[in-house]
Design a binder for this molecule. Structure first.
Ligand code: PAF
Length: 249
Protein backbone atom coordinates (compact mmCIF):
# COMPACT_ATOMS: atom_id res chain seq x y z
CA UNK A 1 0.00 0.00 0.00
CA UNK A 2 1.40 3.42 -0.87
CA UNK A 3 0.58 6.76 0.69
CA UNK A 4 1.16 10.12 -0.96
CA UNK A 5 1.69 13.37 0.92
CA UNK A 6 1.43 16.19 -1.64
CA UNK A 7 3.24 19.39 -0.64
CA UNK A 8 4.63 22.55 -2.17
CA UNK A 9 7.74 22.35 -0.01
CA UNK A 10 8.83 24.84 2.67
CA UNK A 11 8.09 22.00 5.03
CA UNK A 12 7.42 22.52 8.73
CA UNK A 13 6.05 20.52 11.64
CA UNK A 14 2.57 20.59 10.10
CA UNK A 15 3.84 18.72 7.04
CA UNK A 16 5.82 16.39 9.27
CA UNK A 17 2.59 15.46 11.05
CA UNK A 18 1.11 14.47 7.67
CA UNK A 19 4.17 12.39 6.82
CA UNK A 20 4.17 10.72 10.25
CA UNK A 21 0.51 9.86 9.83
CA UNK A 22 1.29 8.39 6.40
CA UNK A 23 4.16 6.37 7.84
CA UNK A 24 1.95 5.02 10.62
CA UNK A 25 -0.20 3.50 7.86
CA UNK A 26 2.35 2.33 5.35
CA UNK A 27 5.99 1.46 4.73
CA UNK A 28 5.80 3.31 1.42
CA UNK A 29 5.42 7.07 1.84
CA UNK A 30 5.91 9.34 -1.14
CA UNK A 31 6.24 13.06 -0.40
CA UNK A 32 5.82 15.20 -3.49
CA UNK A 33 7.26 18.70 -3.57
CA UNK A 34 5.99 20.78 -6.44
CA UNK A 35 5.20 24.49 -6.41
CA UNK A 36 2.18 24.42 -8.65
CA UNK A 37 1.98 27.63 -10.73
CA UNK A 38 -1.65 26.93 -11.63
CA UNK A 39 -2.89 27.63 -8.11
CA UNK A 40 -1.31 31.07 -7.75
CA UNK A 41 -3.20 34.17 -8.77
CA UNK A 42 -0.13 36.10 -9.81
CA UNK A 43 3.49 35.72 -10.82
CA UNK A 44 4.73 37.65 -7.77
CA UNK A 45 3.26 35.09 -5.34
CA UNK A 46 4.98 32.23 -7.17
CA UNK A 47 8.30 34.05 -7.03
CA UNK A 48 7.81 34.93 -3.34
CA UNK A 49 6.87 31.36 -2.40
CA UNK A 50 9.55 30.08 0.03
CA UNK A 51 11.79 27.33 -1.31
CA UNK A 52 14.10 25.24 0.88
CA UNK A 53 14.75 21.91 -0.92
CA UNK A 54 17.71 20.77 1.22
CA UNK A 55 15.85 21.37 4.46
CA UNK A 56 12.69 19.81 3.00
CA UNK A 57 14.58 16.60 2.24
CA UNK A 58 15.87 16.49 5.82
CA UNK A 59 12.51 17.17 7.43
CA UNK A 60 10.61 14.76 5.20
CA UNK A 61 13.17 12.00 5.79
CA UNK A 62 13.15 12.54 9.56
CA UNK A 63 9.36 12.30 9.57
CA UNK A 64 9.43 8.98 7.71
CA UNK A 65 9.24 9.69 3.97
CA UNK A 66 10.60 6.80 1.93
CA UNK A 67 10.57 8.72 -1.36
CA UNK A 68 10.83 12.44 -1.92
CA UNK A 69 9.67 13.32 -5.39
CA UNK A 70 10.44 16.76 -6.80
CA UNK A 71 9.01 16.67 -10.31
CA UNK A 72 9.69 19.44 -12.76
CA UNK A 73 7.00 21.36 -14.58
CA UNK A 74 7.13 19.21 -17.75
CA UNK A 75 6.63 16.03 -15.76
CA UNK A 76 3.43 17.35 -14.23
CA UNK A 77 2.18 19.29 -17.23
CA UNK A 78 3.52 17.78 -20.45
CA UNK A 79 2.00 19.53 -23.45
CA UNK A 80 -1.19 21.50 -23.22
CA UNK A 81 -2.75 21.80 -19.75
CA UNK A 82 -6.31 20.59 -19.32
CA UNK A 83 -7.44 22.61 -16.33
CA UNK A 84 -10.06 20.92 -14.16
CA UNK A 85 -12.86 22.80 -12.44
CA UNK A 86 -13.18 22.55 -8.69
CA UNK A 87 -16.97 22.86 -8.79
CA UNK A 88 -19.19 25.24 -6.79
CA UNK A 89 -17.24 24.80 -3.56
CA UNK A 90 -14.25 26.22 -5.38
CA UNK A 91 -15.91 29.57 -6.00
CA UNK A 92 -16.76 30.62 -2.45
CA UNK A 93 -14.77 31.88 0.55
CA UNK A 94 -11.12 31.06 -0.23
CA UNK A 95 -12.10 30.52 -3.86
CA UNK A 96 -13.87 33.90 -4.09
CA UNK A 97 -10.80 35.69 -2.76
CA UNK A 98 -8.42 33.68 -4.93
CA UNK A 99 -10.23 33.09 -8.24
CA UNK A 100 -8.99 29.99 -10.05
CA UNK A 101 -6.96 28.83 -7.05
CA UNK A 102 -8.94 25.64 -6.40
CA UNK A 103 -9.09 24.80 -10.12
CA UNK A 104 -5.29 24.82 -10.01
CA UNK A 105 -5.29 22.67 -6.88
CA UNK A 106 -7.62 19.98 -8.28
CA UNK A 107 -5.72 19.95 -11.56
CA UNK A 108 -2.36 19.28 -9.88
CA UNK A 109 -3.77 16.84 -7.33
CA UNK A 110 -5.37 14.82 -10.14
CA UNK A 111 -2.06 14.76 -12.01
CA UNK A 112 -0.16 13.68 -8.87
CA UNK A 113 -2.68 10.88 -8.33
CA UNK A 114 -2.41 9.81 -11.99
CA UNK A 115 1.38 9.63 -11.81
CA UNK A 116 1.95 8.20 -8.30
CA UNK A 117 -1.23 6.06 -8.18
CA UNK A 118 -1.33 6.05 -4.37
CA UNK A 119 -3.89 4.08 -2.37
CA UNK A 120 -4.20 6.93 0.11
CA UNK A 121 -3.33 10.63 0.15
CA UNK A 122 -2.94 12.82 3.20
CA UNK A 123 -3.84 16.51 3.45
CA UNK A 124 -3.91 18.99 6.32
CA UNK A 125 -7.14 20.19 7.87
CA UNK A 126 -5.53 23.62 8.00
CA UNK A 127 -6.72 24.11 4.40
CA UNK A 128 -10.13 22.71 5.20
CA UNK A 129 -11.92 23.98 2.09
CA UNK A 130 -9.16 22.45 -0.06
CA UNK A 131 -9.54 19.15 1.82
CA UNK A 132 -13.30 19.05 1.24
CA UNK A 133 -12.91 19.96 -2.45
CA UNK A 134 -10.40 17.15 -2.90
CA UNK A 135 -12.73 14.73 -1.09
CA UNK A 136 -15.54 15.79 -3.44
CA UNK A 137 -13.44 14.79 -6.46
CA UNK A 138 -14.30 11.22 -5.47
CA UNK A 139 -11.16 9.74 -6.96
CA UNK A 140 -10.32 6.14 -6.21
CA UNK A 141 -7.75 7.37 -3.68
CA UNK A 142 -8.63 7.37 0.01
CA UNK A 143 -8.34 10.92 1.37
CA UNK A 144 -7.29 11.46 4.97
CA UNK A 145 -7.31 14.81 6.75
CA UNK A 146 -4.87 15.44 9.59
CA UNK A 147 -5.57 18.00 12.36
CA UNK A 148 -3.77 21.33 12.23
CA UNK A 149 -0.51 21.68 14.13
CA UNK A 150 -0.35 24.91 16.13
CA UNK A 151 2.28 27.14 17.69
CA UNK A 152 2.35 27.47 21.51
CA UNK A 153 -0.20 30.32 21.31
CA UNK A 154 -2.57 28.61 18.92
CA UNK A 155 -1.44 30.11 15.61
CA UNK A 156 -1.74 27.45 12.89
CA UNK A 157 1.63 26.50 11.41
CA UNK A 158 2.04 27.87 7.92
CA UNK A 159 4.99 28.61 5.68
CA UNK A 160 3.63 32.16 5.47
CA UNK A 161 4.08 32.86 9.20
CA UNK A 162 7.76 33.73 8.69
CA UNK A 163 6.66 36.76 6.66
CA UNK A 164 4.90 38.33 9.65
CA UNK A 165 6.58 41.19 11.53
CA UNK A 166 7.24 40.50 15.26
CA UNK A 167 4.16 42.62 16.11
CA UNK A 168 2.09 40.88 13.46
CA UNK A 169 3.16 37.51 14.77
CA UNK A 170 1.85 38.43 18.24
CA UNK A 171 -1.44 39.68 16.77
CA UNK A 172 -1.89 36.62 14.59
CA UNK A 173 -3.19 34.43 17.38
CA UNK A 174 -6.39 36.50 17.42
CA UNK A 175 -7.73 34.01 14.86
CA UNK A 176 -7.22 31.05 17.15
CA UNK A 177 -8.46 32.97 20.20
CA UNK A 178 -11.68 33.88 18.40
CA UNK A 179 -12.43 30.29 17.39
CA UNK A 180 -11.43 28.74 20.70
CA UNK A 181 -13.61 31.22 22.61
CA UNK A 182 -16.60 30.43 20.38
CA UNK A 183 -16.21 26.66 20.21
CA UNK A 184 -18.55 25.73 23.04
CA UNK A 185 -21.08 28.56 22.61
CA UNK A 186 -24.66 27.28 22.98
CA UNK A 187 -25.89 28.60 19.60
CA UNK A 188 -24.41 29.46 16.21
CA UNK A 189 -25.52 33.09 16.63
CA UNK A 190 -23.63 33.41 19.92
CA UNK A 191 -20.56 31.66 18.50
CA UNK A 192 -20.62 34.01 15.51
CA UNK A 193 -20.92 37.02 17.82
CA UNK A 194 -17.95 35.85 19.92
CA UNK A 195 -15.83 35.37 16.80
CA UNK A 196 -16.72 38.80 15.38
CA UNK A 197 -16.13 40.64 18.67
CA UNK A 198 -12.84 38.88 19.38
CA UNK A 199 -11.54 39.62 15.89
CA UNK A 200 -12.56 43.27 16.23
CA UNK A 201 -10.24 43.61 19.26
CA UNK A 202 -7.20 43.51 16.97
CA UNK A 203 -7.18 46.21 14.33
CA UNK A 204 -4.10 44.79 12.60
CA UNK A 205 -6.15 41.82 11.41
CA UNK A 206 -7.95 42.74 8.18
CA UNK A 207 -10.69 40.16 8.10
CA UNK A 208 -11.78 38.67 4.78
CA UNK A 209 -14.35 36.25 6.19
CA UNK A 210 -15.11 34.78 9.59
CA UNK A 211 -18.14 32.51 9.44
CA UNK A 212 -19.50 29.26 10.76
CA UNK A 213 -20.36 26.84 7.98
CA UNK A 214 -21.66 23.35 7.38
CA UNK A 215 -18.51 21.24 6.94
CA UNK A 216 -19.89 19.38 3.95
CA UNK A 217 -21.23 22.08 1.65
CA UNK A 218 -19.97 25.29 3.25
CA UNK A 219 -23.48 26.75 3.51
CA UNK A 220 -23.89 28.95 6.59
CA UNK A 221 -24.46 26.76 9.62
CA UNK A 222 -27.62 26.83 11.69
CA UNK A 223 -28.16 25.25 15.10
CA UNK A 224 -29.49 22.20 13.23
CA UNK A 225 -26.27 21.68 11.27
CA UNK A 226 -24.58 18.46 12.37
CA UNK A 227 -20.93 19.34 11.74
CA UNK A 228 -20.22 23.04 12.06
CA UNK A 229 -16.86 24.65 11.44
CA UNK A 230 -15.62 28.18 11.92
CA UNK A 231 -13.55 29.30 8.94
CA UNK A 232 -11.56 32.51 9.11
CA UNK A 233 -9.27 34.28 6.67
CA UNK A 234 -7.67 37.68 6.53
CA UNK A 235 -4.42 39.58 6.38
CA UNK A 236 -1.87 40.78 8.89
CA UNK A 237 1.03 42.82 7.52
CA UNK A 238 -0.30 41.92 4.04
CA UNK A 239 0.23 38.21 4.79
CA UNK A 240 -2.86 36.08 4.17
CA UNK A 241 -3.69 33.81 7.10
CA UNK A 242 -6.42 31.17 7.14
CA UNK A 243 -7.60 28.80 9.83
CA UNK A 244 -10.62 26.78 10.90
CA UNK A 245 -11.99 24.86 13.87
CA UNK A 246 -14.80 22.38 14.43
CA UNK A 247 -17.48 24.07 16.55
CA UNK A 248 -19.20 22.14 19.33
CA UNK A 249 -18.02 19.54 21.81
O1 PAF B 1 -1.79 22.34 0.26
C1 PAF B 1 -0.85 22.39 -0.56
O2 PAF B 1 0.32 22.46 -0.20
C2 PAF B 1 -1.15 22.41 -2.05
O3 PAF B 1 -2.33 23.09 -2.30
C3 PAF B 1 -1.18 21.00 -2.66
C4 PAF B 1 -2.31 20.16 -2.09
C5 PAF B 1 0.15 20.31 -2.44
C6 PAF B 1 -1.40 21.11 -4.18
O4 PAF B 1 -0.41 21.85 -4.80
Amino acid sequence: MSVLVPTMGALHKGHQALIKRARSMSKEVVVSIFVNPLQFENEEDIVKYPRSPERDIQLATLAGATEIWMPDYEEIYPGEITKLHAGPLGDIYEGASRPGHFDGVVTVVSRLFEIVKPDTAIFGEKDFQQLQIIRALKKSVEIIGVPTVREFDGLALSSRNVRLTPEGRISANVIYRAMAAARLAPTVAIAQEIISTTIATDSSFKCDYAVIVDEDDFTEATDMTKHKRAIIAGWIDGVRLIDNMRMGA
